[in-house]
Write a protein that binds this ligand. Structure first.
Ligand SMILES: NC(=O)c1ccc[n+]([C@@H]2O[C@H](COP(=O)([O-])OP(=O)(O)OC[C@H]3O[C@@H](n4cnc5c(N)ncnc54)[C@H](OP(=O)(O)O)[C@@H]3O)[C@@H](O)[C@H]2O)c1
Length: 321
């Protein structure tokens, strides 16, 4: 089958380890299911894997990709929940210390077929296309949990989303607007600031710019480059929710501000299967759809990775086998 795989890792030249070519079809263990992938989407996670972060070298070659929607052997249309944990454990699977995301321990979704535990299959609503559904399990689910589980935000509250062009950020802007929040967003790029307005931001600012009024919570995935600004943007008692650190994970803690203003910093990772089901219902109920920058054939995955690495995407890049 055709697949986009990580065959080597390089922090400086991640795309040198990307191979788009034939891989053996996967075996299906007991309790798992084969999904014939109709659409998959790229995440920054795939770039981290090629850089050697989160994917151990002894697991190579590894088919990349966390997100997919497709059809099982018995004809069910499904969305794949990307988080694989201990089935016996119960509770919030994002807190399972042994959890992994597809393409870390188990082969990923950028392929014609992927096999996953049966419990990771979520029915795809008919209202969503395969391309739309394939955008939801990582970036959109992460944004959903940040906003609705971790932030404490309520409709009418003010939220700042850093790095408006990113996959998680565009999801957060769209979801927050649909949920009745006042949405501020930053981007380094004027075009992306304009596009953030089009997808629901009420106000946009250049990265690092002083805001006219403080916010109740910040959605942070950029890391070092925006951390201090995020801390300064919060009202006393406000909450910084962080799920990524694209520009570096050693931001300086701003400890004085943290304790003096009684801020809360909350980490967030992916989301549960139940939250993925809620996200799908939210999309159906509100008419919200993931923003897709482009759809490319899987055979042209390298072009998609080049755009992801260059940071010139606005929304999600979808690959179709
Ligand atoms: N914990 C989890 O479960 C989870 C899930 C999903 C993602 N993540 C992480 O979250 C991060 C974002 O993921 P993503 O898929 O949304 O990535 P992405 O699409 O590549 O977005 C990254 C965004 O960061 C901003 N940015 C990049 N370099 C910057 C710089 N030097 N200064 C200021 N802003 C900069 C850019 O926004 P502008 O160009 O608009 O300024 C860019 O669009 C990644 O690190 C990813 O690994 C974590």
């Amino acid at each position: 089958m055709l697949a986009a795989s990580c065959v080597a890792q390089s922090a400086d030249d991640p795309l040198s380890g990307l191979e788009v070519g034939q891989r053996p079809e996967p075996e299906v263990p007991d309790g798992w299911a084969r999904v014939h992938v109709r659409a998959a989407s790229l995440n920054h996670h795939d770039l981290w894997s090629l850089k050697g972060v989160g994917l151990a070298a002894d697991r190579l070659p590894m088919v990349l990709g966390c997100d997919a929607a497709g059809v099982t052997d018995d004809g069910a249309e499904v969305v794949v929940h990307a988080l694989v944990g201990d089935p016996e454990r119960g509770g919030d699977e994002t807190l399972d210390p042994g959890r992994s995301i597809l393409s870390e321990l188990h082969q990923g979704t950028l392929a014609e077929q992927v096999v996953v535990p049966r419990r990771n299959l979520v029915p795809k609503p008919a209202d969503l296309s395969f391309e739309q559904a394939a955008c939801l399990p990582t970036a959109w689910l992460t944004a959903y949990r940040m906003l609705f589980t971790q932030s404490g935000l309520r409709p009418g509250d003010r939220v700042l989303v850093q790095g408006a062009g990113g996959g998680v950020a565009t999801a957060a802007i769209t979801l927050a607007r649909a949920a009745g929040m006042v949405v501020l967003a930053t981007s380094r790029d004027a075009d992306r600031r304009e596009r953030a307005l089009q997808i629901g931001a009420h106000e946009v600012y250049e990265t690092g710019a002083r805001l006219p009024a403080r916010v109740d919570a910040v959605i942070e995935t950029v890391g070092k480059a925006t951390w201090s600004h995020s801390m300064r943007a919060l009202r006393p008692g406000g909450t910084l929710v962080v799920s990524g650190a694209t520009t570096g994970a050693d931001p300086g803690a701003d400890l004085n501000r943290l304790f003096f203003l009684q801020l809360r910093v909350v980490g967030s990772t992916m989301g549960t299967r139940a939250e993925l089901e809620q996200l799908l219902s939210f999309c159906v109920a509100t008419g919200v759809r993931p923003l897709i920058d482009d759809v490319l054939p899987l055979a042209e995955a390298r072009r998609g990775f080049e755009r992801l690495a260059a940071g010139d995407l606005f929304g999600k890049l979808v690959l179709t086998p």
